[in-house]
Design a protein around this ligand. Sequence first.
Ligand code: MSP
Length: 646
Amino acid sequence: MAHDCYYITTPIYYVNAVPHIGNAYTTVCCDVLARFHRQLGQEVLFATGTDEHALKVREVAEGLGMTPLAYVDTMEPKFKQQWASLEIAFDDYIRTPEKRHVEMVQKVFKKLLDSGDIYLGSYEGWYCVSDETFFTKTEVTDERCPNPECRKPLSWVKEENYFFRLSKYQKPLLEYMTSHAGWLKPEYRANEVIAFTRAGLKDQSVSRTNNGWGIPVPGDEKHVIYVWFDALLNYLTVAGYLSDDKKFARVWPPAVQMMGKDIFVRFHCTLWPAMLMALEVAVPDMLVGHGFWTVDGEKISKSKGNVVYATALIRELAELSGSPEDIAADAIRYFLLREVPFGSDGDFSKQALISRFNSDLANDLGNLLNRTLSMLHRYFGGEVPPGAKNNEELAHQADTLAKEVRAALDDIQFSKALEAIWEFVSSGNKYVEQNAPWALHREGKETELAEVLYNTLETARVVTVLIAPFMPSAATKMWRQLGLKGSPGSVNWEKDVRFGGLKSGTKCGSADPIFPRIDTAKSTLQSKDQKSEATKPLIQFDEFKKLDIRIARILNAEHVEGADKLLKLTVDTGENEPRTVVAGIAQHYQAETLPGRSIVLLANLAPAKIRGVESQGMLLAADVDGRAILLQPDQNEEAPPGAIVR
Ligand code: MSP
């Protein structure tokens, strides 16, 4: 369908935890499509955000002794930091407690109450707090959530609820699904949706008893609106539904709505389009359900301690490869989209990431551009030589490739698009090997040499345009190295993917490798144990309360005999007697500079003898690459010895 605006959405994320690599996958997929459509010159509205009225948010906030609203506010910067590090260029970021959303949801609820599609009834059945899902008796076999990704214990709920007449839309939904091939992607998922719909859709409870967190039901504040009903409507809020008619007319319906397979069938392919049908609003053009990621073969889970966060992974890869963080982020984006055919489940491992980094990026892509640029500098002073002819084969391949990439992305087949691009990269590299420009130079065949370098650089230029949506920073750096102006993300796509665009006389930049090869022999991959250090399981506030952390002041510091890393500190902890604490900081702090300093001490750690000295507590320090960096209270405030830290 032709669109004024390419509107693409991610699900809105629960805020009980920072997004991990699995959640990030959904957002990266959307970002690539959004960037691609911007390249095509379309107006794009790429929306993401957070789903904040969940019960578990209330539980987490309570555990932290915070109000839900105070807690959710702390999460926005954390989400935005993850997205910024992954170079996610969203156009709108919606949070469900925002006024624009609350007002719209209440208007919709009222509208459906008035039309009779929402009615008051009573609910008795199972509820999964983690998935925020109602389940019927027949769906539940062992009092645990039937969703295989969840399996948490269920709660039995009996309460007065408002219901949405979902059953009424079973038939129209089935008709729509069966007559619109390609509406659901990948297409094999459509069968599951059709089977689920055919099995019968029961009216859906759309309210819960108001316990102080959620959007109140208009006119009946004993209830709050069911969090999924509230959350799905975010897509309408962003589009300006019932608030900005002009915008809504331009933006609606969404071109693509992307999500994981766990929330595809029940929520996005049945409840959501039925809600739209009830509102007499067009359903989205395409609903897309991707697969799930595991890490090292296991389900991503806090209790397993295998959660991978984008920011930490980017930092680690940047360090390992010696590349800047934006390039490391690009490599991770590439890995996620290349590693599995879209729709399938994938397994993330650092070994697999490094191996893709080295083979596809450092070797294949690196060779194509850097090797050629070095020769251009050596043989032609870094300037694109005049008079070179297009190599017909490469030019023809570029033409087909552009069409292939476009078709693959229209069909949401990222790995297919990347495979096709990499075939072209290989053709470029083979062309260099076959024509051996170094030999042409030796033999003084200047015209042929110019032609080979020109065609290889031109291959690299076309590749740069095509990879820009996937790897925006690397593409920009390649563009600069090719001596080109502007940005590969905002080209005239139709024209710039055509072979032959590089002008003679263009002064190219230096040939620094963008993806420096990782030395796998030296690469210090974190072991499983170290990993669980980085992501520990959640603890309850009660467990935290067992720790006696307090401010202490160092009175004296001396070396522990025979141990060059240890200092024996005498510290004032606000108690009657000073304590002795042994700390492994001797290599980073000189003993004589320490007396008078305030530190943070874990005071109720069981005493232990270290090198014959009894240590009565543990000083807290940040571990930065093995360096101990002392924590100390705010210098502008008075925090006396004995002050409790919590
Ligand atoms: N809040 C709901 C969505 C409401 S949209 C109206 C929600 N949030 S979520 O934070 O749990 O999940 C958000 C996205 O992350 C979903 O697309 C989900 O499928 C995806 N993933 C969560 N774990 C994942 C993996 N392990 N692998 C891939 N995607 C994963 O559901």
